[in-house]
Design a protein around this ligand. Structure first.
Ligand code: ZN
Length: 75
């Protein structure tokens, strides 16, 4: 599976990355956080961070003997 294959699994918009703090880059939504005050923050990650998160998930899946399914970071 190439990086392009993984990128094709996500929807991309311009925004900032929660992980590396890059701004005005292509990001994909990976989740949201609700604060005690009732605000909701959207979390989005840039391409290189998505790849890093996918790699992490693949390693964890392999270690636990689970199937790795790309394209589900944040789901
Ligand atoms: Zn990033």
């Amino acid at each position: 599976m190439t990086p392009d294959d993984i990128f094709a699994l996500y929807e991309w918009t311009m925004g900032s990355c929660f992980r590396c703090a890059d701004q005005d880059v292509l990001v994909s939504r990976v989740g949201s956080i609700d604060t005690p005050a009732g605000d909701t923050y959207q979390l989005a990650a840039c391409g290189s961070c998505i790849l890093a998160l996918e790699n992490e998930r693949r390693r964890i899946a392999a270690r636990r003997g689970l199937d790795y399914e790309p394209g589900t970071v944040g789901l």
